[in-house]
Structure formats: structure tokens, C-alpha cells
Design a protein around this ligand. Sequence first.
Ligand SMILES: Nc1nc2c(c(=O)[nH]1)N[C@H]1C(S)=C(S)[C@@H](COP(=O)(O)OP(=O)(O)OC[C@H]3O[C@@H](n4cnc5c(N)ncnc54)[C@H](O)[C@@H]3O)O[C@H]1N2
Ligand code: MOO
Length: 412
Amino acid sequence: MKTGIPLEEAQTLLLNFTHPVTECQVSLTSAVGRILSQDVRTGINLPPFDKSPLDGYALQAKDTELANSSNPVTLEVIEEVQAGYMPKKQVTPGTVTKVMTGAPIPNGADVIVKFEDVKRAGNKVELYYPLKAGNDIIRAGEDLRQGEVIAKRGTVLTPPLVGLLAAIGVDEIPVFSKTRIAILSTGDEVIDPAEELRPGKIYNSNQHFLSAYCSQLGAAPVAMGIVPDEKEAIVERLTQALDLADLVITTGGVSVGDYDIVPAAFKEIGADIIFRKIDMKPGSPMIAASYNNKLIIGLSGNPAAAYITFDLIVVPLIKIMLGLDQKMPPKILAILKDSFNKSSTQRRFLRAKVQTINNTNYIELTGAQSNGVLKSMVACNALIDVPAGSGPLVAGQEVSAVMVGSGSELFI
Ligand SMILES: Nc1nc2c(c(=O)[nH]1)N[C@H]1C(S)=C(S)[C@@H](COP(=O)(O)OP(=O)(O)OC[C@H]3O[C@@H](n4cnc5c(N)ncnc54)[C@H](O)[C@@H]3O)O[C@H]1N2
Ligand code: MOO
């Protein structure tokens, strides 16, 4: 078992333990937010046929060559075609077909003129200006060509993509299965938000932000509730969690206190400890283990510590399991807008918000940085990466940061 390892080593070790997820099919109505497990090609041209963008008349442009306002050209209406129906007659010199918006272009016609620009009298129309062949015709395949890849494996299905799939007649979509993530909160002091607050107790925020984050990523959180600081109780709930989920996350009980018995529970079920403790602040007491090819991650109970280690270490794993393309959070350089007065003996991550103005990134702290403070996660979209051995940070200096966060923007 490794201990006190750098963040990057923890990330790499766990990536090696992360397995690809299985695939399934979903309908169009439940496709949004899911991730494509295969490239999708269109089997048809879109639109499938040449069609009219206007309510008007389909004709041959050369018939209008000599038309002007004092000498209009008169043509004969031979047919009317509604959208959804095929023309039966060929447009020949001297004839027009009345077409509605979306109707197929009749054979022989090479231009459309709209109703407002002609005068209709009986079965004749008068045209007052020359038309250009090819104008106002939507061509088959103008949007998509048959055989073209419309979206690649690993793409998140957004509303326009769902529309595009429908437009090409795909109603069963190959997607990655939703990774099931069990979340188990430990601690005698932790109670459900629905309960009345009692002395010495705190509400379970970890369970809820972790579940919400998993849902936002497109995974399926499995709520395993709260277990007291008793090894047997944790062992029992962990065993259930491993049955129900692909990945198990616990919070609390990983430090060195008398009741920090989560690592002992991991060992008791026979899990192999991959590492214990990482060299960063907050979140250092984190532990990771594997059991029957499934990862069990024990995060610190302190909400911000749990959030930050989840963001930096667990979210990339979930992205792999979900089948997403981009896994690791992007890194940036930014100018610090305010100061941070503490020195950092250990590598430290600070909750911050980055904004880009005229191609320069500016970053400011989002509030108090203690490991229990959740409020400063709310506006956080980046974590400033402060190297071990740094002195206080001063406004105007350049810092490196990692883009993270489920708050304002998702980096997927
Ligand atoms: N002697 C030492 N004590 C501590 C050390 C240390 O190195 N030596 N490390 C400190 C650090 S750093 C952290 S982080 C915490 C980690 O503690 P645990 O992971 O064992 O977590 P707990 O003690 O169970 O809880 C910590 C804190 O968070 C609250 N909490 C727990 N669960 C939840 C929840 N589901 N929702 C909201 N808040 C929760 C809990 O009440 C505690 O206040 O250890 C330090 N101690
Ligand atoms: O390492 Mo603790 O996790 O500072 O918050």
C-alpha cells in the first residue's frame, strides 16, 4: 500500500483500476445527457429530397427571361402539391406547379417564386421579373449527406443532437450505460436534512452534493444513507453498496481519530488498499481500495475536502466509466486578483473563480478556505494549485489552476 502520494500518482493509480462501462440502447425521449457509445452515421440525405422553402410556384427559370412589369409572362398552373405528397406531373416550358412550403420540387422545375410576387387569375399566373435557375430550392443532402458521421462515440447528446438523430430516423440510440455510484456517509453526528437538528449533530451535505454531482455528470447515484461510526455497520453497508454499484464512495472516518474506522472496514471486507493519504490540502486523509475489480474511495468527511478530492480525482474516473471523451480537468495560468496570507508547507488547492478578459485569465478566491466550508464551492470554477513550500500569495502574481466544478459550468 502506498501512502502520502502526490495527487498525479493517485490519479494515475486509480485510472489504471477503472474499467470501461457497458453499452445499451435508449429511445429519443430519454437520450438527452447520455453519451454515445458508437459513431452515428446518417443512412439518408437530409433533407431526403429537393424541396420548396416557400409557398409559391415551381417553374423553369428560362420561361421568365423576358418578363418585366409592363410585359409580364403568363404561365399555366398544372398541379398543386402539398407538403407530404409527391408531384405527379412534370413541369414543362409554359407551365408551373403550385407548391407549399416543404413540398417536393416537381421534375422539370428549376426555381420557385413566392405567391406574393405573382398574380393569379384562374389557372394562370403572371410573372413580372426574370428568375434565376436554382434559386429558392432546398437541395437534398444540403444539411447532411448520406454516410456522413453526425456524432462521434463519447459525445454527450445535447438537444440539437437529439433532433438530428430524429431527423435521420434513428430512434434507438447506442449509449454507454449509466455508471451506478453508491454514496455512503459515515458518522454518528451526521443526520438527514429531513430530521430536526439536535445538539452535536450536523446535516448530511456530503451525500447530497455528491449525488447531485453524479447526476449532473450523467451517472446514477445510489444513496446508501448514513451509518454510525461502528465497523460492523460500515462493513454491512459497504457490502450492500458493492452489490448495487460500479463504484463506491464513502465520506468521513478516514482520519486518525478514535472513531475513524473506515480504513479498517475496507480491510475487513477484504478490499486491497491502493493508497492511503495524498499529499495535498484539503483532502489528505483520502483512501482508495479495490474489491472484485470495483473501486471503493473513502473521502474525508469535511465537505470542502470531500468536494475537492472528488473533483480532482473521482470525477475523471467517473468520466471514463461513463465513456466521455475528455477526462482530466484542464489546467490554466491566471493572474491572481486578491491575496492569500497563509504559507503552504503542503501543496494546497484554493477555491476560486476564473474569468477571461481580453484573452487573459483573472482568478479570485471565492471565500473562506477552511476544509469544512462548503459556501466557497458555490461560485468555484477553478482550484488554484499552490505548490508545497510557497509563501503567501500576492495580488497580481501568476498562479496555476485547474478548471473544475459543477457549479457554473461543466467541463465535459
Ligand atoms: N489528529 C489529527 N486529526 C485530524 C487530522 C490529522 O491529520 N490528525 N486531519 C484532519 C483533516 S485534514 C481532516 S480533512 C479530517 C478528516 O476527517 P475524517 O475524514 O475522518 O472525517 P470526520 O472526522 O468523520 O469528519 C470531518 C468533519 O466533517 C464533518 N462531516 C462528516 N461527514 C459529513 C457529512 N456527510 N456531511 C457534512 N459534514 C460531514 C464532520 O462532522 C467533521 O466536522 O480530520 C482532521 N483531523
Ligand atoms: O486534508 Mo483535510 O482534508 O485538510 O481537509
